[in-house]
Design a protein around this ligand. Structure first.
Ligand code: ADP
Length: 587
């Protein structure tokens, strides 16, 4: 990734159109406040002129004092209004950008996020757009007013005396060059720093999400070598940045403040030669000192541009990434049979499925069984196109699923994930995610069907209880049942259950099976099975081994075959028997 100085402006180019008048107003207000800021300086200049020609009287000073008293608060008011306006523009732009990024992320293939460490993804998508605030809300009005002040002051200095003006501005070109150099260094260093900091966020997120394991295996909290290395690296990068930046920044500040020595020297010389009057000399001492302030403000702003440009480039990469191909078509399906035809699939370059073919018929239950890591979940994930096949094709109702619009496909498939994701929202909202138009009664009916109503009713606020990330209220099995209720409510013709009952206790498992029986009637059901006894009645069992289907048939047919499935079933029943005996011994 190479950062582009103008990336941040390109990023919001399409959103900025509607905001342009407001942005212009902010800039004009900022310029207006700059002009008013000059009035007190002009008043002092007038005063020195009056002193020099002996015309200073109380009557002459009062109007000046009054003018200054009025302009100072008005200048601040104008600048405040400018900042307020630019903040509104910034928040609108950030809002639009966030929406655009969210929409784009929903359209990207899952594979895009696989190689993005979670820390980086979070930083880029959530935290980074905030930086736009710095650019639009602060840098634009402050930068405009700083540049405008600099132009006005320079013009004024030359208007009063060009020789003194030359002395005042002599160092300016050098400081501009230094500003450019500092910006370049900043860009380069910040880019490296940012990627180190992303690594660190990724490592910390991992550390936090694995907190239970950390507590049990590592009670003293010894930080893993990768996290420790990331922390060290970020620290050394920070000092490296300082080491490279300080000489440039130091020289800039020294030069920019040194112009007063030139003003004093040139002024003394011209004064002695009788070329200028005392009031002109004083004017340059006062205004020449102010001359450096806007340049310093610009320098500080430029420093931030590096950060902003880098985030803008990262966001642009996401926005420019090719979305998952979507025909948008709505096809007339004859049925909802799913047919895998010689499907192969690889995560990046790791081949997982090799030539998988099977048909899951409408109205039937197809179960995928096999050892862990065989590729069962991967087969399930390919059905709603969470990933696209590497080779072969998946047909739904006779059509290649890639020819079907993603909206139609998503509507056709209900999916219960192995580790169900609940949003931070009420229970009702979480269930309603399956069908935003469902009434409260329908939500409750779905919860009853998923055997979730009883525990939901016992929650502190029933269906209005907030659950989600960090919520300690629900057990794994309860979360699973809320996810099931969501799928019941969606009432899609194809249902994929990825070990959906893995967390449920034996008591409610029976009830869930009953509920599922009703839910699954007439649908195409694909179950990734963990507990073999739950799928013994399936119409078709597919045994997956190392990314291939090695056996298929009904439970009885596979037992009669006495192959891999029969062996797995024997292990399973032996283990269950053992479990039951232990339970009996304990009671
Ligand atoms: P199963 O469901 O049978 O346990 P999976 O389909 O989850 O198996 O995994 C099959 C293989 O694919 C495993 O080797 C697993 O490590 C790998 N795998 C699963 N998900 C990913 C992923 N997102 N990126 C890379 N490899 C993955």
């Amino acid at each position: 990734m190479s950062a582009d100085m103008l990336a941040s402006l390109k990023l919001v180019r399409s959103d900025i159109g509607a905001e342009r008048p407001r942005l212009m107003r902010a800039m004009l207000l900022a310029c207006g406040s700059v002009v008013l800021d000059m009035v007190p300086i002009w008043a002092v200049y007038r005063l020195t002129q009056m002193l020099a020609d002996g015309s200073a009287t109380a009557a002459g000073v009062w109007p000046l004092a009054l003018l200054v008293a009025v302009t100072i608060p008005v200048a601040h008011l104008l600048f405040g209004l400018a900042t307020r306006t630019s903040h509104i523009v910034a928040f609108n732009l950030i809002h639009d950008l966030r929406l655009r990024v969210a929409r784009q992320i929903a359209r990207l293939p899952m594979g895009f996020f696989n190689d993005m460490r979670s820390g980086k993804a979070k930083q880029t998508v959530i935290t980074e757009p905030e930086r736009l605030e710095l650019l639009v809300a602060h840098a634009m009005p402050e930068g405009t007013s700083a540049l405008f002040t600099w132009f006005i002051v320079t013009g004024w200095l030359f208007y009063v005396d060009w020789r003194m003006a030359l002395a005042a501005v002599l160092f300016a070109p050098v400081s501009f060059i230094l500003m450019g150099l500092a910006m370049k260094v900043s860009m380069r260093e910040t880019e490296a720093y940012q990627s180190a900091s992303n690594m660190l966020s990724g490592a910390v997120v991992e550390h936090l999400s694995g907190m239970a394991a950390v507590k049990i295996f590592n009670p003293r909290g010894v930080i893993g070598s990768e996290t420790a290395a990331a922390i060290d690296h970020v620290a050394s990068m920070q000092s490296e940045m300082g080491r490279k930046f300080v000489p440039l920044g130091g020289t800039f500040y020294a030069l920019i403040l040194a112009n007063i020595t030139l003003i004093l020297a040139a002024g003394a010389w011209l004064l002695q030669a009788g070329q200028i009057t005392l009031d002109v000399f004083l004017f340059f001492v006062i205004l020449g000192g102010n001359y450096s302030a806007p340049l310093m403000r610009l320098f500080n702003l430029f420093h931030h541009f590096a950060h902003i440009s880098i985030m803008a480039t990262a966001l642009q990469e996401i926005l420019a990434a090719p979305p998952q191909p979507d025909t948008g078509a709505v096809l007339e399906l004859e049925n909802h049979d799913i047919a895998f035809e010689r499907v192969s699939f690889a995560y990046q370059d790791k081949a997982v499925l090799k030539g998988v073919s099977f048909v899951a018929r409408e109205g039937q239950v197809t179960a995928l069984v096999g050892l862990s890591g065989a590729g069962k979940s991967t087969i399930a994930n390919l059905i709603p196109r969470l990933y696209d096949v590497t080779d072969g094709c998946i047909r739904i109702g006779g059509y290649d699923s890639r020819d079907m619009g993603l909206d139609q496909l998503m509507e056709a498939v209900g999916f219960v994930f192995q580790d169900p994701f609940l949003f931070t929202a009420s229970v009702a909202e979480n269930i309603r995610y399956g069908n935003p138009h469902a009434t409260d009664a329908e939500v409750e009916a779905a919860a009853r069907a998923a055997q979730a109503h009883a525990f939901i009713a016992a929650l502190p606020e029933g269906y209005a209880t907030t659950i989600g990330r960090g919520s300690q209220l629900l057990s794994g099995g309860e979360k699973q049942r809320i996810a099931l209720a969501r799928t019941v409510l969606k009432d899609a013709p194809i249902i994929v259950l990825d070990e959906a009952t893995a967390f449920t206790d034996p008591d409610s498992e029976y009830e869930i099976q009953q509920a599922l029986g009703a839910l699954m009637k007439g649908k195409t059901v694909v179950i990734v099975a963990h507990r073999l006894h739950t799928i013994a009645g399936a119409d078709q069992i597919l045994f997956v081994d190392a990314g291939q289907i090695v056996e298929s048939g009904t439970h009885d047919a596979l037992l009669a075959k006495d192959g891999a499935y029969a062996a797995l079933w024997r292990d399973h029943t032996a283990a269950r028997g053992l479990g039951l005996r232990e339970a009996a011994d304990a009671s």
